[in-house]
Every structure is written in C-alpha cells, then in structure tokens.
Design a protein around this ligand. Structure first.
Ligand code: GAL
Length: 693
C-alpha cells in the first residue's frame, strides 16, 4: 500500500461534523502537536452528505479535507455506508435487518441494514460512486475506508431478501434439488424439498436443525458481506484506481469468513479493544494481531483502539498511565504499521459520549492527550520500522466451516448448561457445550505465545508448506486437498499437530465412516472409535508412556476424551481413568522425515508447555524464556532484526539480553547484557557493532 511517505501512520477516527467549525482549527493545532499524520473521515456521515435521495452536499467535508491537506494530514476516507440515513430506512421497507424471531430491528443505531437489501446496496454503491467522483485527485485522499466493521451487529438476517438470495445461492451450488436433498440428508425427519420455494431461512424450529443447511446459510451470509464490499470496491477502483482500499474488521472472525476478502484488500485493518480488566488481555491482543497480519502476510493497520476506556464492557476501567503506549507498541511489534484510535475528540453528546477520545472532555491538559501526543512524537522518529516483516515458523490453521460446525452457528451462542435455555438458543445439536472452537485455537496459540514464539494464524486453505510447525486444533471438517497438503508437509520434515474432534466431517457435513480423524488417519497413524465429553468439572489423567526428557510422569486433562487406537503412531501418553484407561491420549507419528501429533483431550497448561517446548526444540525453533509478563517480538527489514521487548507487568524488571551490542532505538542509547524495563516499559533494540554502527 502506498499511503504517501513510508511512515508509521498515527491518527484517529475524526468526526468534525460533531463540532462547530471553530473547533476544527483547534483540532488541527492539536493534531500537529501530536504528530497525527492521518485521520479517518466521514465514516458515519451518510445523512449529512446525502440529505435526501437526490441531493449530495459535500461543502463541510470539502472544507475539512482542504484544511487537512493544507496541514499535511492524510485522509483515510470513509465511504460512509455503515449507517444509513433515516429517509432511506423510511422509504424502503427492506432496509432494516430481521432477527431470527421475525422482528425487524429498530432504527436508531449503526449497522441496522440488511446485507442483502437491494435498496440498501444500490444506495451504498451510489454513495461510494459520488464520494469517489467528488474526491478523485484530492491531495488529502490517501486511503479508502469502506463501510465500517462489517457484520458487527447485523451478521445474521432472516428477511425475505435473504431467503430469496439463499435459494439462488443454493441453486447455484447444488444445481438440482435432488443433489441438495442428498447432501443435506433431508430424508431424515421428512425434510425432503420438492420445490426450491420450500427452503426457508434456518429459523429455530421445534428441535435440532439441519446442520448442513445451517452451515450453508452462514456461508451464504458470509459471501453476501463480501459481495457487498466488492460492490463498493468496484466503484472505487474504477474511479480512483490509485487509491488503496481497506475496510476495518471488528476482529470476530466467526461473523464472516475474512479470508474471502483476501485478494481485494490493499491493506488489512482492524479495531482492537482489549479489556484492561482482563489479566490475559495481552494474549487476547497478540492472537488477533497475528490473525490480521497473516491474512495478507504483510504489515496491517491498527485502525482503532481506545485512547483510554471504552463504554461497552460491563465495567469500563481506563488504561492506566503507560498501558496505551505499551499496547500501541505491542501492535507494532506484531506487524502493525499504524497506531490509530477511536476517536479524536470525545463526543459531547450522543451514544458514545463516555467513550474516551484523544482530546478528552477535559481538553488538551489531560493525561490522555499528553500521553498520546508524546507517543505520536516518539513514533515520528521510528520510521525505519515501517514495512518490516515478521518471520513466523509456526502456523495455526483456522477454519470458519469447522468453527461454525463445532459451535452454535448463531454467533457466540448460549453455552448454558440448563437444558431448556440451551435448546432455545442453540442452532444445532452437538456433543457438549464445552466445545469451543476459537477457545481451543486460543489455547494452542497461547502455548506458543507463552514461549515467545511468533505464530501466524492462517485460513486453513492457505499454503502452509513454508512453516516448520503447523497446528490445527479442533479441525472438525476436512476438505478436499487437505489430506495431501498435510501429508506432503510432514513427509518433507514438518511437524503437524491436531486434536480431538478433528477430522469428523467432510465439506458437506457428512461424517467420515470407519474411524474419526478420517483422511488424517494415515499421517497421524491413529484412528478414533468414539468420543466421550466430560462433565463440567470432569477430569482424566494423562500418564506419560515412557519418561521422556522435559516431561513429568503425569498430567491432568478435561473437557473431552477420544477413545482411539494407534495404527502406526507411537503412544506418548495414555489415559489414566475410565474404561479407556491405558488407551492413547497423545500420539506421535513418524511420517517421511516429519512428525504428526494427535492429542485426544484438552491437556492442562503444564502439558501444553512441555509438549510445545519439545516440538519447538526438535524443529530448532528459538524459544525465549523471559521473566513472567515480558514479551519479545522481532520484526525484520533489509536483513536487520528489530527486537521489541515489552513489559506487561506492573513492576520494573531486568531482562538478560543475548550476547552482543545493541542500540535502544527509542532512547538512542547503547545497551548490552541486561535491559532494564520499567512498569509497562518498552525497548526496541537493534544490533550494532562494537563501534556503535
Ligand atoms: C468500534 C466502532 C467505532 C466505535 C468504537 C467504540 O467497534 O468501529 O465506531 O463505536 O467501536 O469502541
């Protein structure tokens, strides 16, 4: 992406329309003072830009665009389509999305539109076209910001347009109704369809719903969001071919398959809102940054973060001094080339008035503004980092289809243990509410992250041959080609790792017969006969078969036990309890020059630590044993490594450095042997020679 000079982008969502014009000049002064070099403009300004169907008014936007250009502040211009104006909603009765209950959502907020409303889509395209035509060639325009957080509030819709669209999508996919009936196995419960019109959106029924239909509906809606995006992209590309395009993701990939957007994004951008009350916030953040970086395999943009507190967690504590800076550097350390915020000036009125802003209600003398402007100044001196990359040797595979098939496909779902609530909220029958696709992925990510090893999190269909270790937790669905890709990868020396409830279904949700793990049975050298979900507090024991170096004799496990049989694998650990006592719970298969591991349960964290340590060491991947709370990430540019040391702890700490001479880029001072990090301290080191070069 070319957004002007190569630099770390620093800025915010800016809503000048909320303020009288005289404030704008003060904004510019404060932006300059804070080294802001880009703002997101017009994101929710549709009603102001198009007050009625036939009128477009750009006066106020022209003024602020010009003012920003005069002050060398770039604009990432919103196409303004995330919140439609009331006149549009009133005029067409299909604009608002419909909940599963059949009730149409009330207007009065953003993302109330239905992704398949032809009237919304036509109006959105028209607006994008007007915006592009009007701002083509404007010196401030450096990046397009299409819509805002697709599917955040409107990921599921059950309206008649979605129903018709779904039928068309199904016709396209299955061509003949017989084929659909066969793949959906509608022979059960007399669900057989004799006309396409009998197919409705998969609303809650009397009991469990057809899992293939549910999955197809999620796939259809996911593609609908992509189509919606592309309609705007096509208009923008035609009118302003040189301006790069992004859309800011919210970060919850269960709402749609983000990999659909891959080829049509010039840069990935996302909004990162960890809860400062969460003791694992840094891990939460690290995983999501890794997902964003891995989508295109290049630097991403941190498009929004809170200057201090948000206003939508149940309790919204602020970011205490130093935390905002630390998390900003964490984003850069994980591959972001920007640090941006929502929003520039805290709103005085309206829905988000208690959400923090860079310029708080208190004004420029506030702690928050001072911390952010100090960071802006610091970042303006760090231009060498821009464009540097991260070389991960480990990848975790993520699959939306497996996710939607394992969890409730209706978003986060209700994990209630009370039977009635469970049925009322649940989409499809499954073995246990304790199954949690993303939670398991997070568990594996953290096992690597705790050892300070960078991990790419890539969609399952990406090429993973360049990595040394690939983990695919809970990969429930195995699609054509995956078996061969894994076998070649392991054959060539890679390490593959997977878990329970993997390899049960094909892409049409049909169960593989004659042993779970299905197409992965050969490479793993093991097959699964049956599974046994454990009660809420249920546990089993994992007994190590031999006494290998680096392992204890036994560990605990929970959630689930597979009853499995090895064919060619070696059993590393067996279960210690129940009728499957002595059956394998961890296996290792030598396949070609690589190894494939299978874990039949959810091991406790100490086992994860020991196993992942072994796997990394076997593959000669460098892990870093750092004091608790300290993180290291490395970016690379022109052969030079840039080491980020981040102290997430509340106490100052000393870190031993690997042999060599370093320069701390932030302080421009040399350092050696030991690094002193303050509470929330950050150091960015590059190696230098003895002469300081
Ligand atoms: C984001 C959204 C912003 C703002 C922010 C508040 O999800 O894109 O417009 O609402 O949350 O935290």
């Amino acid at each position: 992406m070319q957004t002007g000079d190569p630099k770390i982008i620093f800025g915010a969502d800016y809503f000048p329309e909320q303020w009288p014009e005289e404030v704008w000049h003060d904004d510019i002064r404060l932006m300059k003072q804070a080294n802001v070099n880009m703002v997101n403009l017009a994101i929710f300004a549709w009603a102001l830009i198009q007050p009625d169907e036939d009128t477009f008014t750009f006066g106020w936007l022209d003024k602020i665009m010009d003012l920003l250009a005069e002050n060398d502040i770039d604009v990432c211009l919103g196409t303004a389509t995330a919140a439609q104006p009331n006149w549009l909603t009133e005029k067409y009765d299909d604009i608002l999305f419909v909940r599963e209950s059949g009730e149409q959502v009330a207007p009065g907020s953003r993302q109330t539109y239905c992704v398949n409303s032809p009237n919304y889509r036509r109006a959105a395209q028209r607006l994008a076209k007007e915006m592009a035509t009007h701002y083509k060639g404007h010196p401030a325009l450096k990046l397009w910001h299409v819509n805002n957080e697709y599917a955040n509030k409107n990921s599921m819709c059950f309206c008649s347009n979605c129903e018709t669209g779904f039928r068309e999508w199904l016709k396209n996919k299955y061509v003949a109704l017989d084929k659909l009936n066969a793949y959906w196995s509608t022979v059960f419960w007399s669900e057989t369809y004799s006309t396409w019109e009998q197919i409705h959106t998969p609303r809650a029924s009397a009991g469990g719903r057809n899992a293939t239909k549910l999955l197809d509906y999620k796939r259809f809606l996911s593609e609908s969001f992509y189509m919606l995006y592309m309609e705007e992209v096509n208009v923008l590309k035609k009118t302003t071919p040189d301006i790069p395009i992004t859309t800011n993701f919210e970060g919850d990939w269960s709402k749609f398959d983000h990999s659909l957007f891959k080829d049509d994004l010039d840069v990935v951008s996302w909004n990162c809102y960890p809860n400062p009350l969460d003791p694992n916030a840094r891990k939460w953040v690290a995983l999501r940054h890794s997902m964003m970086r891995s989508l295109l395999g290049k630097p991403f943009m941190l498009m929004e973060q809170a200057p201090s507190q948000v206003d939508w967690y149940p309790i919204n504590i602020n970011k205490s001094p130093g935390l905002m800076r630390l998390w900003s550097y964490q984003a850069i350390a994980h591959g972001s080339d920007s640090v941006m915020y929502f929003q520039w000036r805290a709103s005085q009125k309206g829905a988000e008035k208690y959400h923090s802003g860079i310029v708080p209600h208190f004004g420029e003398d506030s702690r928050v503004y001072k911390e952010i402007s100090n960071l802006g100044n610091e970042l303006s001196k760090l231009q060498d980092i821009h464009g540097s990359t991260i070389d991960a040797q480990v990848a975790i595979l993520m699959d939306n289809d497996s996710w939607w098939s394992v969890d409730n496909p209706y978003g986060k779902g209700n994990k209630s243990l009370d039977n009635e609530t469970f049925w009322a909220a649940n989409g499809q029958p499954f073995p246990t509410v304790l199954l949690n696709y993303f939670g398991e992925l997070e568990y594996y990510f953290n096992a690597f992250y705790n050892l300070n090893v960078p991990v790419d999190v890539i969609p399952v269909h990406y090429d993973f041959s360049k990595y040394k270790v690939v983990a695919a937790p809970l990969l429930h669905m195995i699609k054509p080609g995956f078996k061969e890709a894994v076998e070649t990868f392991v054959q060539n020396g890679g390490t593959f790792l997977t878990t329970y409830f993997t390899g049960l279904i094909d892409e049409h949700v049909g169960v593989f017969l004659n042993g779970y793990l299905g197409p992965l049975k050969e490479v793993l050298g093991v097959t699964v006969e049956e599974f046994d979900p454990l009660p809420l507090d249920g546990t089993n024991r994992m007994i190590m078969a031999a006494n290998p170096d680096g392992f204890k004799k036994e560990y605990g496990c929970s959630v689930w036990c597979d009853v499995s049989h090895v064919t060619s694998a070696k059993t590393l650990a067996t279960f210690g309890e129940d009728y499957y006592k002595d059956y394998p719970c961890v296996t290792e298969s030598q396949f070609g020059s690589g190894r494939a591991y299978y874990i039949a349960t959810r091991p406790d964290a100490d086992f994860m630590h020991d196993l992942i340590t072994k796997i990394l060491k076997d593959q000669k991947i460098q892990l870093h044993d750092l004091p608790e709370g300290v993180e290291i990430m490395k970016r690379k540019k022109a052969g030079q490594e840039i080491d980020f040391y981040l102290n997430h702890g509340k106490d100052a700490i000393k870190v031993e450095l690997p042999k060599g001479n370093y320069e701390n880029i932030l302080t421009q001072t040399p350092c050696k042997h030991v690094l002193q990090l303050e509470k929330y301290g950050v150091a960015i080191l590059r190696r230098i020679d003895e002469n300081g070069k």
